[in-house]
Ligand binder design. Structure first.
Ligand code: ZN
Length: 238
């Protein structure tokens, strides 16, 4: 069956002498793996299939996981703007890596695609600092996948309030009663930064804070590990 879609290149692997396999997050069909036997001589197609590029795609898919790419033409050359400085490049690498890990083939939705598109566009145009765009993207794409941290109430008992302890296992900010001994404590400014990144309220983002950055990384990694482990269990049962 022939598909027309648009997508953003996440990863690539060589295929034989002249071909490649590409992991692409599409707008309408989730993450797809597309193979092409001959891109070496097709300069335009090779450029379009570089990491971080947003493309118009035509591909043919049969029963297997791997689809065959017929055409790829460039819509947004994010790779160029993103590669112009190291922080932006590194942030884009991490964003595409999280997107690739988050979805199985043919999983993913338009919301995730739009988040990645927006983040790469902001990075390539230097709209915000790279660290802000990266952390906000990571929090939002994991929230979009169903793992949204509770920020306005206690994640354990549901009591409303602006609490300053965080529990990854319980799913967000927790009140004094529900915070386990040794749980992470933050200042009001640190919590405000976390909330601003999650909600994309750029005006409320203060300066960079290593403790908040580590919290976001731990939050995202905890979710990805849990998801990969549950997939492993499902696969072992099959
Ligand atoms: Zn509580």
């Amino acid at each position: 069956m022939l598909f027309e879609d648009e997508g953003i290149v996440l990863r690539q692997w060589p295929l034989g002498e002249a071909g490649g396999i590409f992991s692409i997050l599409t707008r309408n069909h989730g993450k797809v793996r597309l193979a092409s036997n001959n891109i070496k001589k097709n300069k335009a197609m090779r450029g379009a299939l570089s990491p971080f590029m947003r493309d118009s795609l035509v591909y043919w898919k049969g029963r297997g996981e791997l689809a065959r790419l017929s055409q790829a033409s460039l819509l947004s050359p994010f790779g160029m703007g993103v590669s112009s400085d190291y922080d932006s490049y590194l942030s884009a690498c991490l964003m595409t890596e999280v997107s690739d890990k988050l979805f199985e083939p043919f999983q993913g939705d338009e919301g995730a695609y739009l988040l990645l598109w927006g983040a790469l566009s902001a990075l390539s145009k230097k709209k915000r600092e790279a660290w802000e765009i990266l952390l906000s993207f990571e929090l939002r794409i994991v929230s979009n996948a169903g793992w949204k941290p509770e920020i306005f109430a206690c994640a354990e008992c549901g009591r409303q309030g602006d609490f300053l302890s965080f529990s990854i296992e319980k799913g967000g900010w927790v009140c004094e009663k529900c915070a386990a001994p040794g749980s992470l404590r933050f200042s009001k400014a640190q919590k405000d930064l976390f909330c601003a990144l999650l909600l994309g309220e750029w005006g409320k983002c203060g300066g960079r804070d290593p403790k908040v950055e580590k919290l976001v990384k731990d939050w995202v990694n905890y979710y990805l590990d849990r998801k990969l482990n549950s997939l492993k269990v499902i696969r072992e049962k099959i």
